[in-house]
Write a protein that binds this ligand. Structure first.
Ligand code: ADP
Ligand code: MG
Length: 287
């Protein structure tokens, strides 16, 4: 590889909004065989909205007040919804985020849990028939969360996040370039499969705890594949670091951008196949 051609390649990439931290990453991109994409904020817009709520007014007030302390995109959706409904927010006495599970808070002396079935199982909350409703939301590609107040199940809140318009096209191009495309998410398997289907991905790794994302990437490497990880969140940073190429996308949190080898400005997924194409063109010119 001549330094000049690499410089031309990274320059061309930069002009397109693809920022390589160094020329060696452009060469490595040429060798990629698999690309792992985070779901929320990478494949989807990361701006979820509440679509359904099955509980009563008190449950909504406690749910929304509890989520006010969380910075998770799911929490923002719930707070926005409750605000629209004219809910008065209550003061939170204690707040704990449980990564990959949900939140645990105390309000007016009441203990509130909001999160997935894993959280409810671990806290011995009986969900009963609501499991059917939960599954129905998930088949529609929605993320459904359960609310429990003082140990009693009180309702489901379902949230939908739409895919980026160009996601199917970008994924098709990556597959045409010979890459295995894999979705990685902390969300449940049914929701993940529904979103994957919308964008044309057939390999899904779901229900992965934030701290396990890097392990899943490592497993792909152990199969002998050179792999890129694409993500936007703090959650994704260890996986970005371990991947052969870490790609931060979109508005990306600072941690993701710092850890990544490549930053894609603006969240456009079509820039992924573009980056691959530029690396191929550059290496071709060298040979
Ligand atoms: P992702 O990989 O899609 O970014 P996370 O690992 O952040 O997902 O979260 C996984 C799951 O944990 C969510 O789908 C949700 O069920 C639950 N969860 C996380 N944060 C919250 C929260 N603030 N309120 C309710 N549930 C949450
Ligand atoms: Mg994410």
């Amino acid at each position: 590889a001549t330094p000049t051609s690499i410089m031309v390649g990274t320059g061309k990439a930069a002009a397109n909004g693809i920022l390589f931290k160094g020329g060696e990453h452009l060469e490595k991109t040429h060798q990629l065989e698999a690309i792992v994409l985070d779901k929320t904020g990478t494949i989807t817009k990361g701006k979820p909205e509440v679509t359904d709520f099955t509980g009563d007014q008190e449950a909504l007030q406690l749910l929304a007040s509890a989520e006010k302390g969380s910075e998770h995109p799911l929490a923002e959706a719930i707070v926005a919804y409750a605000t629209e409904q004219g809910v008065n927010f209550l003061e939170v006495e204690a707040f704990d985020a449980i990564p990959g599970h949900g939140i645990e808070t105390t309000i007016n002396g009441k203990e509130i849990f909001v999160g997935n079935r894993k959280l409810m199982n671990e806290r011995n909350i009986e969900v009963g028939e609501a499991e059917h409703q939960l599954a129905a939301y998930e088949i529609e590609g929605k993320t459904a969360m359960l609310i429990a107040i003082d140990g009693v199940f009180r309702g489901i809140v379902a949230v939908a996040d739409t895919i980026k318009e160009t996601a199917p096209q970008a994924i098709q191009q990556l597959q045409a370039q010979g890459l295995a495309v894999i979705m990685l998410t902390g969300d449940n398997d049914r929701t993940a499969q529904a979103i994957a289907k919308q964008v044309g991905i057939d390999q899904v790794i779901a229900q992965v705890l934030p701290e396990e994302k890097a392990d899943r990437v490592k497993e792909i490497q152990l199969q002998g594949k050179k792999v890129a990880m694409v993500g936007d969140g703090v959650n994704d940073a260890p996986a970005l670091a371990i991947a052969d190429i870490g790609i931060a996308i979109g508005t990306g949190t600072d941690v993701a951008i710092e850890t990544a080898d490549v930053t894609i400005l603006g969240g456009e997924l079509l820039l992924l196949p573009k980056a691959i194409a530029i690396s191929h063109a550059t290496i071709r010119n060298i040979r």
